[in-house]
Design a protein around this ligand. Structure first.
Ligand code: SF4
Ligand code: SF4
Length: 311
């Protein structure tokens, strides 16, 4: 097989990914992330690609605005196409490759509970840190120097023998003294270097599987035909149908924590004026933040990915 392989460097792969449309690209060592459950042969490198989410919708303050869901879904579609083009290019160079999208979960882990959180096949935010693209924030969202958390990610697995990037040493997150992600969260899901994922899932996938099963249950349990008909024709049905149509509102949804985060070169110029106030903040949230030191056990667990705090 070697004779078919064109020698490649990490810089050439990154240049190709950028030419195809990615904004950020890094290469992580597959052994640090364990890709063997996806492929035993072709996961030696995890090439992480990021596309930034457009600022126009990040300036809309409502978390549940359909323009946000659609724009983000289109950004993901764009990045998936970029990733597929990169896979074909790598394969033309003689290296088998495959895509891991951010929304991909293992159906065998589903245990008949639509409300249970299922981890994705590959933790892409952690993969992005390993690939040197950024560090994790207070709620474990990926922060990048260029766009803060306002990026969407995919990974391309490939056993091409190129140099890996290294995680950044210094934390990008400003810690609990900032806490804007916690203050804004409509689900109140942000903890100290942790997130209540099931609570967040209801918002980041507002018309997802849990909501679909609940709505179908309501319809099937309605005792009279008129109520069933009304539920069938309701706004909830309409939203679910629209979301099934192309995934907007299922694979995309709330991202208030990303919109208000001050990290990223784009923030001051493009977003700060839209997010001076955080209307969802409460005295209770302020109290919880004031009690945080930044150095919790969760920080110690995730230190490699959060980086060294400047607080
Ligand atoms: S995505 Fe929305 S619900 Fe989830 S942590 Fe961020 S602000 Fe909270
Ligand atoms: S909003 Fe503040 S606390 Fe939250 S991730 Fe961004 S910098 Fe960190």
């Amino acid at each position: 097989m070697e004779i078919y392989r064109k020698p490649l460097t990490a810089a050439e792969i990154k240049a190709k990914a950028r030419e195809l449309g990615a904004d950020l690209v890094g290469v992580a060592d597959g052994t640090r992330l364990d890709t063997s459950h996806i492929t035993e042969l072709d996961g030696a490198r995890v090439i992480v690609l990021a596309k930034h989410l457009n600022d126009g919708v990040a300036r809309i303050r409502r978390w549940d605005d359909r323009h946000k869901y659609y724009n983000d879904e289109l950004a993901l579609t764009h990045l998936e196409e970029t990733s597929l083009e990169l896979v074909y290019w790598l394969e033309d160079c003689g290296y088998p490759a495959l895509i891991v999208p951010p929304t991909h979960v293992d159906p065998s882990r589903y245990a008949n509970d639509p409300n249970a959180h299922i981890e994705p096949m590959l933790p892409l935010a952690h993969a992005a840190v390993e690939a040197g693209l950024g560090t994790l924030g207070l709620n474990l969202q990926l922060l990048t120097p260029e766009y803060g958390p306002r990026v969407i990610l995919t990974a391309v697995l490939c056993s091409v023998d190129v140099q890996c990037d290294q995680p950044m040493q210094e934390a990008l997150c400003r810690g609990p003294s900032c806490g804007r992600c916690l203050k804004t969260c409509p689900a109140d899901a942000v903890r100290e270097w942790e997130r209540d994922w099931p609570a967040c899932d209801r918002y980041r996938s507002p018309h997802g599987f849990a909501q679909l099963t609940e709505h179908l249950e309501k319809i099937t349990q309605a005792t009279d035909a008129a109520t069933r008909k009304q539920l069938l024709r309701s706004e909830a049905s309409f939203n679910l149908w629209q979301s099934i149509l192309r995934g907007a509102g299922v694979i995309t949804g709330c991202r208030r924590c990303a919109d208000v985060c001050p990290v990223g070169a784009d923030y001051e110029a493009m977003l700060a004026d839209a997010h001076t106030e955080i209307p969802e903040n409460t005295p209770q949230k302020e109290q919880r933040l004031a009690a945080m030191t930044g150095h919790s056990p969760a920080y110690e667990e995730q230190k490699r990915y959060i980086g060294i705090l400047k607080i």
